[in-house]
Design a protein around this ligand. Structure first.
Ligand SMILES: NC(=O)c1ccc[n+]([C@@H]2O[C@H](COP(=O)([O-])OP(=O)(O)OC[C@H]3O[C@@H](n4cnc5c(N)ncnc54)[C@H](OP(=O)(O)O)[C@@H]3O)[C@@H](O)[C@H]2O)c1
Length: 305
């Protein structure tokens, strides 16, 4: 099978490309340095090749308050990236199934996080532009499927974690930041200060679990939206306690800064559709996933933002 992966150099892309190659796929993995998708006709060099699947992972974003500080650039760049990929798909790769990534941030916080509600209500202010570009990606997929009979799949991941995250100093998703602060404190640094009161709840999915699920859904589901999460929600305090136990650090030393930005109070995807489509799916336990992530973190030593 011939596969093209945009965002193939990113955190998720690297894990997906590794899995696809292990499965024997012929993979073209693109990053922004070889193929800047904001430039005119960026995929022209691949016009004559025929792909069976296009995984569209490329997006211009970071964790933390990045979306709050870059709404204008995010709108321009992500609209350019998504339009370039969808336009090229329709004109040059109509035989391919396009698998795109949404975000749980696109859901309105006052509505259930169930697929039928993805385009309804208003996403939270701080992530509004990023969330709306992801909604427009789904609108584009649907429009092209309707007019040209193309095939797509739109997956909505919860927050991904696992080995292989960024090491280059960009803002980290909360779980990596938590590990960084607690490892530093355990190594004799100042006490860890966590953002918020620690009661805000989050869901994680281990990156290799997500990749496995994405590959299986690509083979079985067409022209639909599917939430892909672990279905488990934990408070920041629970995540911190689990990390403390694994690294042998006393959680009583942790301080909580309630003045800091924390985003939504609670965010867990409804995964009942996923359970119906893939009833035999299993998740890596949080403890095992955190242990692997901490081990990677100690070796890779990612820089803080
Ligand atoms: N990580 C999560 O928890 C999470 C959760 C929900 C949804 N998602 C979605 O999943 C996808 C992958 O996420 P990720 O965590 O792997 O993100 P990531 O590590 O930031 O990777 C982003 C990828 O997009 C590429 N990219 C950025 N700007 C580009 C441009 N102008 N032209 C071409 N490529 C460009 C990057 O290339 P370079 O590295 O070469 O610059 C990189 O390969 C994204 O669509 C994201 O919205 C992720």
């Amino acid at each position: 099978m011939r596969v093209l992966v945009t965002g193939g150099t990113g955190f998720l892309g690297t894990a997906l490309v590794r899995r696809l190659r292990a499965d024997g796929c012929d993979v073209v993995a693109l990053g922004s340095h070889d193929t800047d998708l904001t430039r005119p006709d960026p995929l022209a060099g691949y016009d004559s090749q025929r792909f069976d699947v296009i995984y569209h992972l490329a997006a211009w974003t970071q964790a933390g308050d990045f979306c709050l500080r870059h709404p204008g650039e995010q709108w321009v760049k992500n609209q350019q990236i998504n339009t370039a990929v969808l336009d090229w798909w329709q004109r040059h790769q109509p035989q391919a199934k396009l698998v795109a990534m949404g975000t749980s941030c696109s859901y309105a916080p006052d509505l259930p996080l169930v697929e039928d509600q993805y385009l309804n209500g208003t996403p939270i202010d701080s992530l509004y532009t990023y969330a709306m570009t992801k909604r427009m990606l789904l609108v584009g997929l649907r429009a092209l499927a309707t007019q040209f009979g193309l095939r797509y799949l739109y997956l909505v991941p919860s927050t991904l974690y696992g080995p292989g995250y960024h090491t280059d100093g960009r803002q980290m998703h909360f779980i990596f930041d938590l590990i960084r602060k607690l490892l530093a404190a355990q190594a004799g640094g100042p006490d860890a200060v966590l953002w918020g009161d620690g009661h805000q709840k989050r869901e994680l999915i281990y990156v290799d679990d997500f990749v496995d699920t994405a590959v299986r859904l690509t083979a079985t589901v067409e022209n639909d939206v599917v939430n892909v999460g672990s279905g488990e929600e934990h408070s920041i305090r629970e995540f911190a306690d689990a990390i403390c136990e694994l690294i042998d650090y006393d959680p009583a030393h942790i301080q909580y800064d309630t003045a800091k930005y924390v985003g939504a109070r609670s965010k867990v995807l409804d995964v009942s559709k996923l359970a119906r489509v893939l009833p035999d799916r299993a998740n890596t336990s949080l403890r095992d996933g955190l242990r692997e992530t901490i081990n990677w973190f100690k070796l890779a030593k990612p820089r803080a933002a």
